[in-house]
Design a protein around this ligand. Structure first.
Ligand code: NAP
Length: 259
């Protein structure tokens, strides 16, 4: 008999204020799925922390959020820009972010590891080693280090959720997907280990494969595809919101696919 908390992303109906009062950090909020998610989180009542590497793009998303109204009619909370280059960040950069969150809120209710690099599409036999190291660092090691430094803030929340953006090739490897596929397998491993370690806490950890989506990364992976036929990033946010919001309380250590 399974003791898993019943939870079906297909059955969830989101409320306009689903994330009201929650503080949520998102990596890679400057493009694609992360940008759409940052806007949607703010519209559903969250205070959003924009963790990204490009200040100009971060300021543009900040302005977009400030120009929004919440889905429930209220004003959106101004987001916090937290400069973070996952490739280059050192311990002190992560400490600065943790301290800023601690000072402003004293807790963190949600953390989305969304930013990722595709790297190269090549056979392992020919894969460029420096590219491999970079992809593994941005996609796995940096999310690990960020989670670790933010763990006190996550533990201070009444109901915290960590969500890792995964991929179909992170569940089943495929030829030529190289470091990207291996890094997503590693991220899935981190979800399982961390969820097991945090089993007796109020912090849950899950992975979510958004599925093929109309973004720059998808275009890089499939240059000859008609990207206009694919689902938009905006259509992929609901599953992330469901995993960040109160309806997924108690659900941890699981690997989801966006409906
Ligand atoms: P995207 O459009 O390429 O956006 C990637 C985001 O990651 C950008 O905001 C980018 O920042 C940021 N980023 C990249 N390197 C970074 C670094 N070193 N430091 C900080 N931020 C960095 O990607 P996406 O398609 O939205 O993908 C989002 C997530 O979904 C990824 O984890 C991806 O693996 C997963 N996914 C996507 C698809 C798909 O079809 N699109 C399918 C399955 C899974 P800049 O704006 O500064 O470049």
């Amino acid at each position: 008999m399974s003791l898993e908390t019943p939870f079906d992303l297909q059955q969830i109906t989101l409320r306009p204020d689903e994330l009201s009062g929650r503080v949520i950090g998102i990596t890679g909020p400057t493009a694609g799925i992360g940008r759409a998610l940052a806007l949607e989180c703010a519209q559903r009542g969250a205070e959003v922390i924009l963790l990204g590497r490009n200040l100009r793009k971060l300021e543009a998303v900040h302005a977009e959020i400030e120009a929004l109204r919440r889905h429930d009619g209220g004003p959106v909370a101004p987001p916090l820009i937290a400069p973070l280059d996952l490739e280059r960040a050192v311990a002190g950069d992560l400490d600065t972010i943790a301290m800023a969150i601690e000072e402003r809120w004293g807790r963190l209710d949600g953390l989305v590891h969304n930013a990722a690099l595709l790297g190269q599409l090549a056979a392992i036999e020919h894969y460029d080693v420096p590219t491999w190291v970079k992809v593994m660092h941005v996609n796995v090691t940096a999310p690990f280090a960020l989670t670790q430094v933010l763990m006190p803030a996550l533990r201070a929340s009444q109901d915290a959720s960590v969500v890792c953006a995964s991929s179909s090739v992170g569940r089943r490897g495929r030829a030529y997907w190289g470091a990207y596929a291996v890094s997503k397998h590693a991220l899935e491993g981190m979800v399982q280990v961390l969820a097991d370690e945090l089993g007796q806490t109020r912090v849950r950890v899950n992975s979510l494969n958004p599925g093929r989506t109309r973004t720059a990364m998808r275009r890089q992976a499939y240059p000859s595809e008609d990207i206009g036929t694919l689902p938009t990033p905006e259509s992929r946010t609901a599953a992330f919101i469901a995993l960040l919001g109160p309806q997924s309380r108690g659900v941890s250590g699981r690997a989801f696919d966006a409906p």
